[in-house]
Design a protein around this ligand. Structure first.
Ligand SMILES: [Zn+2]
Length: 569
């Protein structure tokens, strides 16, 4: 099975609902099991009937791997395990396992309790689902079974985010999930070793963007917040992605400290407070600077940021409130972001929007430069782009092909990509053959940059292959060794005894083949290696010169024959 097959069920030329089926070395793996936050119908979950139209799905999947806790990467997991019925192994990192159920429960509440969704997974289902998860540590090699091996690498992006390398035999694939190649305020940059996978499946959210420095965006953001509180205004900061909330807290905390500001900052309690506790717990996952300050003061124990209570909103004067939450279609947040002047609240009360609205992007994804950098790091043989827009992918795809000379794919959802790989075939080499080869090269060890040839007979025994010398191959196969000789005859007009003619020929050949031993043997024969030259007198007193050689000395034999044919011309 030298082919690797990949079919996106989600994130194929699309952002959101990441779910990719990978078939490698006879194993089937699901990479991420995400939910589409923009849909309210059955399109929000990947179409698992693609795996098997009916009946249990477990026997068709060897494992499920989740890259990080964002719901567009894990939101459909309880649906897959508790409603579709998958009960095979699921892998994710420890922080992802700790934080994912908090986000799943929060989303479930939003869907069921606020939007009145029925046919959705329950709290108990989330708990049961998480019990099936096997947590992994970075750089730990995990054997799913005897042949399937997985390994997690640091991806930055959010706490616990990991890239996964999947390996079966000599074939391997790296799946990035979401990642970023530049460290931010609380997390380090993604890293992977030069593992040369057959395929790198990379997200491409910012495929065509080389983002302006984060410093600029941060300065811009802080300036706007500061201006607003200076005017005595209230700043409300909804943060969509968990992880970014922590990043903004650190940003504001350090700014407040530096500028000696007294305006209160509140943090909406609940979900994110729980998550911040996990950030404290998994401090080893954060970046070095935070780890260092941790000794004196935990970066996540904020001095200026206090828990928020709803009643505070009536307090007079300036304040900043950070609240994590979704701004997907249908929510008040989404309407306000789109410039609505009046919005209807849950209690049907209509209120006028009097605030000014700014949208700022702080999401931590690799930009075009980062994607190219990762390709350079791990040197894949093929690249596949997912989790991005089709047009942008097309642009980056051409760039990757040009720059790295590797094939690049961007399948749509439901489209299968077949990637042919060159499997390594292990071959045993007999000791005598190796010694012979080493002797030719003065017993120098092989230099990986310079090819050395080894000649032998490739013998297949049972399921293994062995390269050996001809004699051993013959004796193992129980056959006699045959030799093929080529013979050609030239007629010469040279009076006198044949031995004299032979002497003359020997001198001629020896004159041309200075490094060879050209022997005159009894009678009227000459030998050079396996080449034999024999002089005979014919009936009409001419000389017949027979030249013969084995196929091993084909070059030498032809050379001598040509020499004799052209003699005297
Ligand atoms: Zn993400």
């Amino acid at each position: 099975m030298p082919d690797i097959k990949v079919t996106p069920l989600g994130a194929g030329q699309d952002v959101g609902r990441s779910c990719i089926l990978l078939s490698i070395g006879g194993k089937n793996i699901m990479l991420d099991c995400g939910m589409h936050m923009g849909y309210n119908d059955e399109r929000r979950f990947p179409d698992f009937t693609y795996i098997v139209p009916e009946g249990p799905v477990t026997s068709y999947l060897d494992c499920v791997i989740i890259s990080h806790f964002h719901l567009d990467h894990c939101g459909a997991l309880p649906f897959l395990t508790e409603m579709v019925g998958y009960n095979g192994p699921i892998y994710m990192t420890h922080p992802t396992k700790a934080i994912a159920p908090i986000l799943l429960e929060d989303m479930r509440k939003l869907m069921v309790e606020r939007k009145g969704e029925s046919n959705f997974f329950t709290s108990q289902m989330i708990k049961d689902c998480m019990k099936k998860v096997i947590a992994v540590t970075l750089h730990q090699t995990v054997m799913v079974d005897d042949e399937l091996e997985i390994k997690a690498y640091y991806a930055g992006h959010v706490l616990g985010a990991a890239m996964f390398r999947v390996r079966v035999g000599s074939q391997s694939v790296v799946y990035t999930g979401d990642y970023n190649m530049t460290p931010d305020r609380h997390l380090g940059a993604a890293w992977i070793d030069k593992c040369r996978p057959d395929l790198l499946i990379s997200e491409s959210t910012y495929a065509t963007t080389i983002r302006d420095s984060k410093r600029c965006r941060e300065r811009d953001f802080l300036k706007k917040v500061h201006e607003c509180v200076d005017r005595g205004g209230k700043v409300l900061i909804p943060v969509f992605a968990l992880g970014r909330a922590q990043e903004l807290c650190i940003l504001l905390e350090t700014y407040w400290e530096r500028m000696n500001l007294k305006v209160p900052i509140y943090f909406a309690v609940g979900l994110t407070e729980k998550a911040t506790n996990y950030y404290k717990m998994f401090i080893t996952w954060t970046n070095q600077k935070i780890r260092k300050t941790f000794v004196q003061r935990n970066m996540f124990d904020f001095k200026h940021i206090k828990p928020f209570d709803k009643s505070y909103i009536e307090n007079p004067g300036a304040m900043v409130v950070i609240m994590p939450g979704f701004c997907v279609v249908g929510t008040v947040g989404h309407k306000i972001l789109n410039g609505a002047k009046k919005v209807e609240l849950e209690n049907r009360q209509i209120v006028e929007v009097k605030m000014s609205v700014e949208y700022m992007s702080f999401s931590a994804h690799a930009d075009a430069k980062g994607i190219m950098q990762l390709i350079q790091y791990c040197e894949p043989r093929n690249v596949m782009l997912v989790h991005g827009e089709a047009a942008k992918m097309q642009f980056l795809k051409e760039k990757i092909k040009q720059e790295f000379g590797v094939e690049c794919y961007n399948p749509a959802n439901g489209e299968t990509c077949v990637i042919t790989t060159m499997p390594d075939i292990p071959v045993d080499v007999s000791l005598s053959l190796l010694k012979e080869e080493a002797a030719i090269h003065d017993r120098l060890p092989p230099d990986p940059k310079r090819q050395r040839l080894i000649h032998g007979v490739l013998v297949m025994k049972e399921n293994s292959m062995c390269l050996m010398d001809v004699d051993r191959a013959c004796s193992e196969a129980g056959v006699n060794r045959h030799q093929i000789r080529f013979t050609s005859t030239i007629t010469l007009d040279d009076p006198g005894p044949p031995s004299r003619t032979a002497e003359k020929l020997q001198q001629l050949i020896a004159g041309r083949l200075k490094d060879w031993s050209v022997q005159l043997t009894e009678g009227s024969s000459i030998s050079v290696e396996s080449v034999l030259i024999k002089v005979e007198t014919t009936e009409d007193d001419q000389k017949n010169v027979l030249v013969s050689w084995t196929n091993q000395d084909e070059e030498l034999g032809s050379y001598i024959l040509e020499l004799l044919q052209n003699m005297g011309r």
